[in-house]
Write a protein that binds this ligand. Structure first.
Ligand code: ATP
Ligand code: MG
Length: 314
């Protein structure tokens, strides 16, 4: 109950609390069971189960309940990754990161209690646009929100590694919400073999199998920015080996409608060498972002605001 009531309070950027989520060896009584929820309409179908709109009976708090089948998780050897997803996502508190309020399980299923993102999947929203692409001001505002959320994550040594429209949801106010944490953090190699098309978002150091750090998220932000503006990722090709070559040679081409400001930020993020990429703070300060950033979105960038405050106090 405590967790669900907390959500109405403004988020803080306090350090992560000590994890209190354990899937196994759970000593204390689980907080939640299915009985606590009224189940509503399905929101979507996932690879390992479905997601339903649900309401906690006592507080009437609306959530999204993601139901995963244990048997399928076991078959794919993904229990470990699910545990990581829960550990990571349940301790992050940022308005642009989908909240995970808790979890519970029964004989056959694991249930994740998630923040309900009422405007649904970013990918569908992108595809529903007149030219399957967003206008530049919207993209600049999404970039600011994502940069702020990633600054928060990176400060906690959490790398997402898989920022793409399918992993982003949209909240009631049109705010972007990063979802699907644990999978991406710990499963880049299995993803490459099990899912086709994922290569498009991978940084050169990842496709080349070299070691990588949080700067892969800067690359994927560049890919995402391009995809939002153009409607498809920059290195998309029918043949994977051609995409591979184009990623590694950073073969970047822009359609005419992309403005110089947008080209500038994308080119500065899509740099072969991780150390040459624009950092997250510079994304927020970039002229093109600043030009389009609305005061409403600006006022809701908690990490950026708190960092600015720290600097002005020093
Ligand atoms: P994963 O991406 O973790 O491998 P998945 O793709 O199998 O899992 P999800 O993306 O979590 O499954 O969920 C499937 C669909 O359900 C989404 O595409 C989205 O449309 C809907 N959905 C999931 N979570 C939410 C949420 N919190 N609020 C609203 N809709 C959601
Ligand atoms: Mg998904």
């Amino acid at each position: 109950m405590r967790d669900l009531q907390n959500v109405t309070k403004p988020m803080t950027t306090a350090p992560l609390a000590k994890p209190d989520v354990k899937l196994e060896n759970e000593r204390s009584k689980p907080k939640w069971t299915l009985e606590n929820f009224e189940i509503g309409r399905p929101l979507g179908k996932g690879k390992f189960g479905n997601v339903y709109l649900a309401r906690e009976r006592k507080s009437k708090f609306v959530v999204a309940l993601k139901v995963l089948f244990k048997s399928q998780l076991q078959k794919s050897h993904l229990e470990h990754q699910l545990r990581r997803e829960i550990e990571i996502q349940s301790h992050l508190r940022h308005p642009n990161i989908l909240r995970m309020y808790g979890y519970f399980f029964d004989e056959t299923r694991v249930y994740l209690i998630l923040e309900y993102a009422s405007k649904g999947e970013m990918y569908k929203f992108l595809m529903a646009q007149p030219l399957q692409r967003f206008e530049e001001p919207s993209v600049a505002n999404y970039m600011a929100q994502l940069a702020d959320a990633l600054m928060y994550c990176h400060a906690r040594k959490v790398i997402h590694r898989d920022i793409k429209p399918e992993n982003l949801l949209i909240g009631a106010n049109g705010d972007v919400k990063i979802a699907d944490f644990g999978w991406s953090v710990h499963a880049p190699s299995s993803r490459r073999t099990t899912m086709c098309g994922t290569l498009d978002y991978l940084a050169p150091e990842m496709v080349e199998g070299r070691s990588h750090d949080e700067r892969v998220d800067l690359w994927t932000l560049g890919i995402l920015c391009y995809e939002f503006l153009v409607g498809k990722p920059p290195f998309e090709e029918e043949k994977t080996d051609l995409t591979y070559k184009r990623i590694c040679s950073v073969d970047l081409r822009f359609p005419q409608h992309v403005t110089n400001g947008a080209r500038d930020i994308i080119s500065k993020l899509l740099k072969y060498q991780p150390e040459d990429r624009l950092d997250l703070k510079s994304i927020l300060h970039h002229e093109w972002v600043q030009q389009h950033l609305t005061s409403e979105v600006r006022s809701k960038l908690p990490y950026f605001q708190s960092q600015d405050q720290i600097q002005s106090e020093v």
